[in-house]
Design a protein around this ligand. Structure first.
Ligand code: MN
Length: 293
């Protein structure tokens, strides 16, 4: 495989559809291709109702590459102190990794290390050790399939495990697997990081995936996030991995996930218009970030 010379562009499936019926998956793949994206990120929150064969056929025939993502649940949480809860989380991760593989994907990411939601207290030492050991095992399985994992850094209201890029680097060091990468998301960075450049520089060549979302998760450019500085930082570290647009509105509701992410507002109605504008926005920023002397 030749090395990429520019970033593949992705769009999150929640821009198109809330659930994963055959019809919704086909619609999401079709719209992703029509809007000019390379990657469709499928959230596996609804994995049991997704027909993987149907999804694989739709992806392959449209030439769209899948990336899969998910968070865990409080009763299936690998950062818990309770062995039974950890075991359920580990099983969910293995099943989700296998589904990603079946879909033809090579990257599985998200809050793989915890439930997605507001925790009532801080992470415990034992809970962190459980998450590290489960993800280490997951990374071993992933490497057998030539797959990579991402640790998505999420804000304090969605996890108590990794809130900053430094947290993620420490956890990746402790996991100690060379197929575990850091996944930064501008929406979360805006809440937790000191600025939008330093985390990118500190992660450097361990950056494996990027979510681009506005500070309110609506139209790119309609909020206050400093995308100019962020994309310059990506260019400065030579990041050539995927850049995926992530946005949520109450116009598209996913069972469970929309509530976990506190999607209460109607930030857009027309996903197609939103995605086309986002694609232009991303391409323009990537281009501009490389064109200065
Ligand atoms: Mn994200």
């Amino acid at each position: 495989m030749t090395a990429p010379t520019t970033n593949a562009l992705g769009v999150h499936a929640l821009v198109w559809a809330g659930n994963t019926s055959d019809q919704e998956v086909r619609h999401a793949v079709d719209q992703t291709a029509r809007a000019g994206y390379d990657i469709l990120e499928l959230s596996l929150h609804d994995l049991d109702s997704m027909d993987l064969g149907v999804a694989r056929t739709a992806l392959d025939s449209a030439g769209i590459q899948p990336v899969c993502s998910r968070g865990l649940a409080f009763d299936a949480d690998v950062s818990s102190d309770d062995a039974a809860v950890v075991a359920r989380g580990a099983e969910l991760l293995q099943k989700s990794l296998a589904a990603t593989h079946e879909l033809g994907g090579s990257f599985f990411t998200g809050a793989l290390y915890s439930a997605l939601g507001k925790y009532p207290g801080p992470l415990t030492r034992a809970g962190r050790a459980n998450a590290v050991s489960v993800i280490r095992e997951l990374a071993e399985q992933a490497s057998l399939w030539d797959m990579r994992l991402g640790l998505e850094v999420c804000n304090r209201y969605e996890t108590n495990v990794l809130n900053t890029a430094r947290d993620a680097l420490r956890m990746a060091d402790d996991i100690g697997a060379d197929n575990v990468y850091i996944h930064l998301d501008t929406y979360h960075m805006n809440i937790e990081e000191d600025d939008v450049v330093r985390p990118v520089v500190e992660v450097g060549d361990r950056l494996g995936y990027v979510h681009v979302g506005e500070n309110h998760r609506g139209y790119l450019g309609s909020g206050h996030f400093d995308f100019g500085a962020f994309f310059h930082a990506l260019a400065d570290v030579g990041y050539l991995g995927p850049v995926t647009f992530e946005s949520f509105s109450s116009a598209v509701v996913a069972r469970g996930l929309s509530n976990d992410l506190a999607v209460w507002r109607d930030l857009w109605e027309d996903g197609f218009e939103l995605a086309c504008k986002a694609r232009q926005f991303l391409a323009a920023h990537i281009d501009a970030s490389r064109s200065h002397a």
